[in-house]
Design a protein around this ligand. Structure first.
Ligand SMILES: Cc1cc2nc3c(=O)[nH]c(=O)nc-3n(C[C@H](O)[C@H](O)[C@H](O)COP(=O)(O)OP(=O)(O)OC[C@H]3O[C@@H](n4cnc5c(N)ncnc54)[C@H](O)[C@@H]3O)c2cc1C
Length: 486
């Protein structure tokens, strides 16, 4: 057992009386799974991990931490990709796990779902489906990511095209503030014009303004049917034209449109030990597209026929090279398994630099094409792979090193490459973080690239809500220039 500062001992005793011995972890081996992020890039040393049972216990924990001046790092499923849920290495921060706050209640009247922040996305999907409804946000980490984490990072995923990010799917938030008070921004009112929309302040705030304890989500009608197709196309330009045509024929019904290059499809097929990819032969780019029948707009056989006709017309005109429409739910699930395993397959394929970037959707094909040329031209041997949510103008751009790249390339030339990529995106009016957030990883980058007025407002909000820097310090909100100086 590691020695802890003398000041930690009375706090840990207090916390133990709040949550019970079982729910406070101080042993380093037991803490290990919660100390490193999914990509293995960020590691920390928490003073301890505490897992309260409910909102009241979160308030008590926060009050104790505030009076002991101990910072709190909130963690949900620890699937975040920017090091936001990881403590620093000082051993002085408390890791607060919200996983026990996992109640889920569906309200059929209002078509909403109120859940604890620790409810796992997959469990939320299942609860909504049991009531003949659905929560239309999904991502590959759905088996672990929590609703609190999703709200705190304003997560996106594969259905943003039709339903938006968490910002458009949350109607209420409960949050424990730095002083332990509980803010309930969940009125259920369709109209409420009493000033700021405070729930939106907490969405995307990455645990730096408050601890989200409960969230009310908007539900949609259950899917009557899904039409899922795998397409082969020549280029991202062509993929985008395909999307435009599909959206014109099926207004408000195309729900997912995911772009993948051949090399990533090959990697994921090998990673999953699949017998073969969905399409025969090689295609430079692949697209997974899904049209969902909610029993309104075009529905039933009419929708099925329209999807087939639309794909047939695209094949005939040569806009798509090949296509396969899933013949069963199992085949559609197999297509999705490939897409959702892409990040894990890329991780297994070897180290790479990841960039979660977005520009206006119509500009993304040019960005993909330009960076595929410009990165190797500036950094010989390095190549790019772009995959993801083309319809949202958001792709994950991985830069892969040549085999001869020595150890430490990521912190050496890798930093310059990332700077090159981000500068190119900012120059095109895009964003350095489309859906993963800022966390610890991109805080300096945000400071370097964002409008100083915007940064000033962010700092003022942080200062107003968390003057003593108790909530996830070192994440998201950049230091003021005078603090940043050595
Ligand atoms: C394979 C894979 C695929 C992914 N795909 C996508 C994708 O398509 N789209 C996308 O947007 N993201 C994606 N992600 C990223 C990740 O799943 C999301 O960021 C998710 O929202 C994190 O949820 P979590 O519960 O794991 O949060 P954590 O990782 O535990 O925390 C993330 C951040 O939120 C804060 N936080 C967590 N819970 C709370 C709370 N209750 N109150 C206040 N702050 C809190 C943490 O302090 C941290 O800053 C992917 C991740 C993986 C591993």
């Amino acid at each position: 057992m590691r020695d802890r500062p003398a000041t930690a001992v009375p706090l840990l005793r207090q916390l133990e009386t709040i949550v019970g011995t079982r729910w406070i972890v101080t042993d380093d081996e037991a803490l290990a799974p919660w100390c490193t992020d999914w990509r293995g890039r960020h590691s920390g040393v928490p003073m301890a991990m505490v897992a309260p049972a409910d909102e009241g216990e979160v308030q008590q924990v926060m009050r104790c931490c505030a009076s002991a001046a101990v910072p709190v790092v909130t963690q949900g499923g620890n699937t975040g990709l920017v090091g936001g849920a990881i403590c620093d290495g000082s051993g002085t921060q408390l890791l607060l796990s919200l996983r026990r706050l996992n109640t889920i209640r569906v309200d059929n009247e209002t078509r909403t779902l109120l859940c604890g922040a620790g409810a796992v996305l997959e469990a939320v999907h299942a609860a909504a489906e049991r009531e003949g409804l659905r929560f239309p946000l999904s991502l590959a980490s759905k088996g672990s990511a929590t609703i609190g984490g999703l709200a705190s990072t304003n997560a996106g995923g594969t259905q943003v095209l039709r339903h938006g990010t968490m910002r458009s799917l949350v109607t209420g938030v409960h949050a424990v503030l730095a002083d332990g008070n509980l803010l309930v921004a969940d009125t259920g009112l369709r109209k409420d014009n009493r000033g700021f929309d405070l729930k939106q302040l907490f969405i995307g705030s990455e645990g730096t303004l408050g601890i989200i304890t409960a969230v009310r989500l908007v539900l949609r009608p259950a899917a009557v049917a899904r039409h899922t197709a795998w397409l082969g196309v020549d280029s991202p330009e062509q993929a985008l034209s395909v999307l435009t045509r599909l959206q014109a024929r099926l207004p408000d019904q195309v729900e997912a449109f995911e772009l993948m290059p051949e090399v990533c499809v090959g990697n994921v097929v090998r990673y999953l030990a699949e017998r073969q990819p969905p399409l025969q032969g090689d295609h430079p780019w692949h697209v997974l597209v899904e049209v969902v029948d909610e029993g309104r707009l075009l529905t039933g056989e009419a929708l099925a026929n329209e999807v087939e006709a639309a794909l047939g017309a695209l094949l005939k005109t040569g806009m798509i090279r090949d296509a396969v429409l899933a013949a069963s739910g199992a085949q559609a699930a197999a297509f999705w398994r490939l897409r959702e395993s892409l990040s894990a397959a890329e991780k297994a394929a070897g180290p790479a630099l990841q960039h979660d970037i977005a520009v206006q959707p119509d500009q993304m094909p040019a960005v993909i094409r330009d960076l595929a040329k410009e990165v190797p031209a500036a950094f010989p041997g390095y190549s790019t792979r772009a995959f993801g949510h083309l319809g949202d103008g958001n792709i994950h751009l991985h830069v892969v090193p040549p085999p001869e790249a020595g150890p430490g390339w990521q912190s050496g030339v890798g930093r310059k490459i990332s700077q090159f990529v981000y500068d190119a995106i900012v120059a095109r009016g895009g964003t350095i973080s489309a859906e993963h957030g800022i966390g610890a990883e991109k805080r300096e980058l945000l400071a370097r690239t964002a409008d100083p007025v915007m940064l000033g407002v962010m700092r003022s909000v942080k200062q107003a809500l968390d003057p003593d820097e108790l909530l996830n310090p070192g994440k998201l909100v950049p230091l003021a220039p005078e603090q940043a100086r050595p």
